[in-house]
Ligand binder design. Sequence first.
Ligand code: GLP
Length: 209
Amino acid sequence: MQSNPAAQIVLPTGRTPEPVYRSFADRGGSLADATIMLLDEFGLPPRSHARCDNMLQRDLLDRLEEPPARLLTWNTAAEDLDAMCADMDVEAQRGIDLVILGIGGNGHLGINEPGTPSDAPSRVVELHAETAAATSRYGAETAPTWGVTLGLGPILRASAVWLLATGAHKAAIVRAALEGPIGSEVPASYVRRHENAIVFLDEAAASDL
Ligand code: GLP
């Protein structure tokens, strides 16, 4: 990130990237010239602890000396959510230099749940039960039923994709994504078709490979 500070970067939230963000900030990393786009958002009230915008603020932005040059988040209160998502795709079409991703327990990327085609645009999505339940880990008092996400299409058109996974609880889905069939049943498997994708795993997440 530091070698191309004017980059357009898509960032995830959740447990996986938090240590990366802490380390980036501790080393004096700067995003002051970068455009940061949030990967996805849950349909939760603005103050909810589990909202991705609030997580990004706490886990990364509050730790930086300067804010990013531009911050693009998802307005889940928009009257026309489809138009809001289309606007995010217009931003993505300017050219995303790097998308950083976590992987859901069911293989989702962002909130591109199993069954999503690889060219899906950004859109409103219904959360699978497992994804909704997982938000309690982020402090959601009531589980969301829907969200909005950057589509697999714009994710896979980015110049570079980094997929991060940590912990033994991700080992089985990491194996399915990296060694199973490539297809919509495990959306994360599509990163294998990207010509500039890097997968970062700790030992526990790599233990089934
Ligand atoms: C969540 C988010 C994803 C995130 C993934 C993994 O549902 N929508 O953007 O990457 O699941 O989360 P975690 O890193 O907390 O395991």
